[in-house]
Design a binder for this molecule. Sequence first.
Ligand SMILES: Cc1cc2nc3c(=O)[nH]c(=O)nc-3n(C[C@H](O)[C@H](O)[C@H](O)COP(=O)(O)OP(=O)(O)OC[C@H]3O[C@@H](n4cnc5c(N)ncnc54)[C@H](O)[C@@H]3O)c2cc1C
Length: 308
Amino acid sequence: MKALVFAEHKDGQLKKIAFENVSLAKQLGLDFECVVIGGDINAAELGNFGAGKVIHYKKDGEYSPDGYAAILAEAMDNSSADLLIMGATSMGKDLAPRVAAKINAAVATDCTEVEMDGGDLKIVRPMYAGKVLATIKLSSAKKVITVRPNVYNAEENKNTANIESKSSNVDFKTVVKEIISSAGAKLDVTEADIVVSGGRGLKGPENWHLIEDLATALGAAQGASRAAVDAGWRPHDEQVGQTGKTVAPSLYIAIGISGAIQHLAGMSSSKYIVAINKDPEAPIFKVADYGIVADLFDVVPRMIEELK
Ligand SMILES: Cc1cc2nc3c(=O)[nH]c(=O)nc-3n(C[C@H](O)[C@H](O)[C@H](O)COP(=O)(O)OP(=O)(O)OC[C@H]3O[C@@H](n4cnc5c(N)ncnc54)[C@H](O)[C@@H]3O)c2cc1C
């Protein structure tokens, strides 16, 4: 099976998910090439993870859903690849169905396991907000998959990538002209290796410094339950769960979060889960690897102190 790995970047840097997907393609033993769309990107970095060839479409400017989808469809045709691998990121979610429609492919989104099974792909993906793990095969000739960030390790595998620079005549019809506000440079919950999340148990935004300080001490991203977001304590881009973001960090620390099913839907595939809650019956303890039954206002300052 021949594959293309779409390598996403942000602020001039390739994203970790790009390296993770190169490692996945390598691990699956696929014959693959990478595709980068954008101007000033060090595409050769993909070689550090085993990429042998990178097709670099030198297109400056902001993201365009139509334009990127058209370029990826063109790249799939030119390389006669059967499979396109992308990240299950905001951009991946936006692009995967658009490209799939253009190349008549089936799509599997948010895959958490991908393996080869007799020359075909066998994929596991959560459905119904994580209540079911479906094992699926895509029956179409062309396939598009998006892989959840942080599920596969980006493993160094030194290679010298051959970079093919390309220009494309694709018309970027819809272009993001101006970004009015952005999440800024803060670490995104979906990409962080450690996430510290807070919930209603924090009692109010004035106590959020406990989450901030613990996250800073651990080099973690901050997350929040929907209760904290709905109350206006935190921005929506930090919400973890069914109607927020899905995260799979190495370590997820849930503080003052009860563990409602909709919250678990967004974080239960984290490698290690630590819960701090004063209620020993809180459902979060059912998924936690380590639990601290205590008042967060007592425990969290001590953890911060200890870590400092
Ligand atoms: C369609 C739908 C979609 C939803 N999507 C999401 C989603 O994406 N993400 C999400 O999070 N929720 C989502 N929800 C809401 C979800 O059902 C819960 O209401 C929400 O997760 C509760 O947030 P919480 O755990 O912060 O608050 P609570 O359930 O109120 O829990 C607060 C916890 O803090 C503990 N606590 C209180 N004081 C302390 C203290 N001093 N020390 C230690 N512990 C303390 C309590 O024991 C309690 O367990 C959704 C709901 C619906 C219906």
